[in-house]
Ligand binder design. Structure first.
Ligand SMILES: Cc1cc2nc3c(=O)[nH]c(=O)nc-3n(C[C@H](O)[C@H](O)[C@H](O)COP(=O)(O)OP(=O)(O)OC[C@H]3O[C@@H](n4cnc5c(N)ncnc54)[C@H](O)[C@@H]3O)c2cc1C
Length: 390
């Protein structure tokens, strides 16, 4: 058993480092208001419902354009989308590596944009979309056509199978009725992926259909359905595993960054006449986090590597373990980094509050911590399937 990352992956990480230094850091340095203590103010259009400032979006687009030219942006996408079909292990290693560099234009947390693109919906469109729907693929990658995701409702989030939005046929058309909440970035979207019940009863996974609804249209016919009627949630489910492991890898990287920054600061900060790092009260919590980080990092890479050889649906307990442990670890490491840095750690001058807030979200969205634990419990107690051997 070899626990080292394969040499092609370490070579790719080195290539990305060179690219960031040559092409991204100069751009970032020329636009520091988006990254230093002014970041919230500079990025937000306060007079326009708090949407992203056009200049901020333009900077992200320039980053993506440079990454595209260098051949990095599509690295994780299927070959049919112009990508290089990178393995789950390669993408997990990249996500971890980029997050461990801290805040920067190379890997923005808020927007989830990165030099190696995060496009979770693209493989879904590639696998299940009609030729007409596949038009979104290039649009999403180039940033010219955004497709937002409308599953959550005011009354239902984790229990998405209980959603209340309904769609009913009216001749050749569908009429969709309901309310959605947390429909991120719908304001800039050209299409909205709307989930609605078309058959079955509340709680059934079957019977929920995914419709691609152009944001400027009033009615939709059958061509709006992504994949098959009633199988919308199954389509989404097939791809959440890849995304959950990638998210976990990013959290491990963020934790590694926070732990090392805190250790560095503790060595340099003199308190009561000696470096802070001499105090065991400072050392031990960081040692605990460092140990946890090593363990979770290895488990995340192991799970990603298994996903390259096995149907991810068979090891969803491992995926869930990665997700909730890594996301929690990132929050604990960011919180500890703030504590070790004292007042300056709490302020916006340092990145920890931003890192904390972002990774805190991962513990709620896209399958909350409790939803992940519920999945592990299903294996552990034999409620559904058998436990995958770790
Ligand atoms: C910044 C942000 C962006 C988002 N973007 C999108 C988006 O683009 N599209 C979209 O569709 N949604 C989006 N969401 C919504 C997100 O997916 C939901 O918030 C998430 O699914 C949780 O649902 P909820 O908020 O309704 O919480 P609830 O489901 O009401 O859960 C509340 C709490 O109870 C816990 N809980 C629920 N069920 C159980 C159980 N069986 N056992 C134990 N505990 C349980 C949950 O873990 C949580 O802690 C976004 C949310 C945020 C914060």
């Amino acid at each position: 058993m070899d626990f080292d990352l394969p040499s092609q992956i370490t070579a790719k990480l080195a290539e990305l480092d060179e690219f960031i230094e040559a092409e991204i850091k100069p751009l970032e340095r020329a636009n520091m208001q988006f990254f230093d203590h002014r970041r919230e103010y500079a990025r937000t259009d306060w007079e326009n419902d708090g949407r992203p400032q056009p200049q901020w979006r333009a900077l992200i687009s320039e980053m993506e354009l440079r990454a595209e030219r260098a051949g990095h942006l599509r690295y994780g996408l299927p070959k049919s989308c112009g990508g290089q079909a990178a393995s789950n292990l390669a993408i997990a290693a990249i996500r971890e590596h980029l997050a461990a560099k801290g805040l920067g234009l190379h890997n923005d947390l808020q927007d989830e944009s990165s030099i190696v693109g995060n496009f979770p919906i693209v493989p879904v469109l590639d696998a299940y979309g009609t030729p007409e729907q596949k038009r979104y693929i290039e649009g999403i990658i180039s940033g010219k056509m955004h497709l937002s995701f409308a599953l959550t409702e005011p009354g239902h989030g984790s229990d998405a199978t209980w959603l209340e939005t309904v769609a009913r046929r009216d001749g050749d058309y569908w009429i969709i009725n309901g309310m959605k909440r947390w429909n991120s970035q719908v304001a800039r979207a050209h299409g909205n992926l709307v989930f609605a019940r078309t058959s079955g009863k509340p709680g059934d996974a079957h019977g929920v259909t995914a419709f691609i609804v152009p944001t400027d249209t009033a009615g939709h016919n059958d061509s709006a359905i992504l994949h098959r009627e009633g199988e919308g949630l199954m389509v989404a489910q097939r791809f959440v595993h890849e995304n959950r492991v990638r998210q976990a890898a990013a959290s491990v990287g963020a934790a590694r960054y926070c732990i090392h920054e805190a250790a560095k600061y503790a060595n340099s900060r003199i308190a009561f006449g000696e470096p802070l790092s001499r105090k065991q009260a400072i050392q031990f919590p960081l040692v605990e986090l460092y140990a946890e980080c090593e363990l979770v990092r290895n488990f995340v890479f192991k799970t990603a590597s298994r996903m390259d050889r096995q149907d991810p649906l068979e090891i969803s307990d491992m995926v869930s373990i990665c997700n909730f442990r890594a996301n929690r670890l990132a929050c604990e490491a960011a919180d500890r980094a703030m504590q070790v840095h004292g007042g300056i750690g709490y302020s916006r001058s340092l990145p920890f509050e931003h890192i904390y807030r972002h990774h805190r979200r991962y513990r709620i969205t896209e399958g909350s911590e409790e939803v992940q634990m519920r999945r592990v419990a299903q294996y552990l107690f034999g409620v559904r399937g058998k436990r995958a051997s770790a």
